[in-house]
Write a protein that binds this ligand. Structure first.
Ligand SMILES: Cc1cc2nc3c(=O)[nH]c(=O)nc-3n(C[C@H](O)[C@H](O)[C@H](O)COP(=O)(O)OP(=O)(O)OC[C@H]3O[C@@H](n4cnc5c(N)ncnc54)[C@H](O)[C@@H]3O)c2cc1C
Length: 286
């Protein structure tokens, strides 16, 4: 069932959660504000997993009751003091109106970023399907993503190294951001994921924009091409799980880079088809 179909058939799934914690995870001198936000629901039957999203029902404008927007789960649900806690990662969004050239604030993301701890929020979901988790700790994990697409990867990396203690297969993260300040969960403000670089099986490859001020594209494709031999070897291994998350805009350049690692478009499509058929290709793009 598609995400849209799930959402349309889920009106009754709405509930209230309260904000437990909200921390800015980009430094103050970064032009982008991104927050890690932890919510609590007093219902032990609630669950949400990495790869899924929750729908925040922000107060609407112009007579609309709600302004609903989706956010990826940044931490698997955890039972705490008789309730369930879960996290999302939110970027404060703004845009320039084409007609008058003025900057406007995105409604839901600003509502969330300004929310005080303790406030109640209407939410529905979860939606989408949880990422498939390898059963064997010798399986390889290849994560490719950008921006707030890091949210499910954070949950995945924490799960394998904290729940399982260690991981024997290769764990590779290719992550793109506009600048080093926006390397979410890996910058000076929040080093959440940096602690795992000491794990012998984990390697993170960071790609930034060559000209962030001019909005030049993040060089995620270059990072993949520079590590083509290992990426392609992993893609061909029937014991590799791939996770791909972030903004839709990156899809074409990433898939082109993956075709280059394969040596041809046909070889890449064949490898992707094998991963999709066996449930080892997990993707959430928006
Ligand atoms: C599956 C999925 C997962 C997502 N996960 C995340 C996540 O983990 N973290 C995250 O930060 N975001 C995520 N998003 C994006 C998020 O859902 C929101 O789209 C984002 O936060 C912006 O919402 P907003 O209400 O702040 O902005 P909005 O107010 O909805 O504005 C968004 C855009 O709408 C246009 N627009 C709105 N009003 C006008 C107007 N009056 N005139 C002209 N144009 C207008 C503009 O182009 C603007 O950029 C996800 C989206 C999807 C689909």
């Amino acid at each position: 069932m598609s995400l849209a179909t799930q959402i349309n058939s889920a009106a009754s799934k709405q509930f209230v959660a309260s904000l437990v914690r909200s921390e800015r995870i980009t430094p103050e001198n970064s032009p982008e504000e991104v927050r890690h936000m932890v919510f609590r629901r007093d219902d032990l039957s609630f669950g949400c997993k990495m790869g899924q999203c929750v729908r925040i029902m922000a107060p609407g404008q112009y007579g609309n009751k709600y302004h609903p927007r989706l956010y990826l789960v940044a931490d698997n649900d955890a039972e705490r003091d008789g309730g369930v806690e879960f996290a999302i990662c939110v970027k404060r969004h703004s845009y320039i109106d084409d007609f008058n050239g003025e900057r406007y604030q995105g409604i839901a993301s600003n509502y969330l970023c300004d929310l005080p701890v303790g406030a109640s929020v209407e939410i529905s979901g979860p939606f989408g399907y949880p990422f498939a988790m390898p059963e064997k700790r010798t399986s390889n994990i290849l994560m490719i993503g950008m921006g707030t697409g890091i949210a499910p990867f954070r949950a995945l990396i924490r799960t394998i190294y904290e729940k399982h203690g260690s991981w024997d297969g290769k764990v590779r993260l290719f992550y793109g951001a506009k600048s080093g300040l926006e390397m979410l969960y890996m910058n000076d403000e929040n080093k959440d994921l940096s602690q795992y670089v000491y794990q012998p099986t984990f390697k993170a490859f960071q790609a930034i924009s060559p000209r962030p001020a001019l909005d030049a594209p993040v060089a995620l494709d270059k990072a993949l091409e520079q590590n083509a031999a290992e990426v392609w070897e992993m893609m061909q291994n029937p014991d590799t799980y791939v996770y791909f998350a972030g903004v839709q805009d990156m899809q074409a350049s990433v898939e082109k880079a993956l075709a280059a690692t394969a040596g041809s478009e046909a070889a890449w499509l064949e490898a992707k088809d094998a991963m999709q058929t066996s449930g080892r290709w997990n993707e959430v793009l928006y």
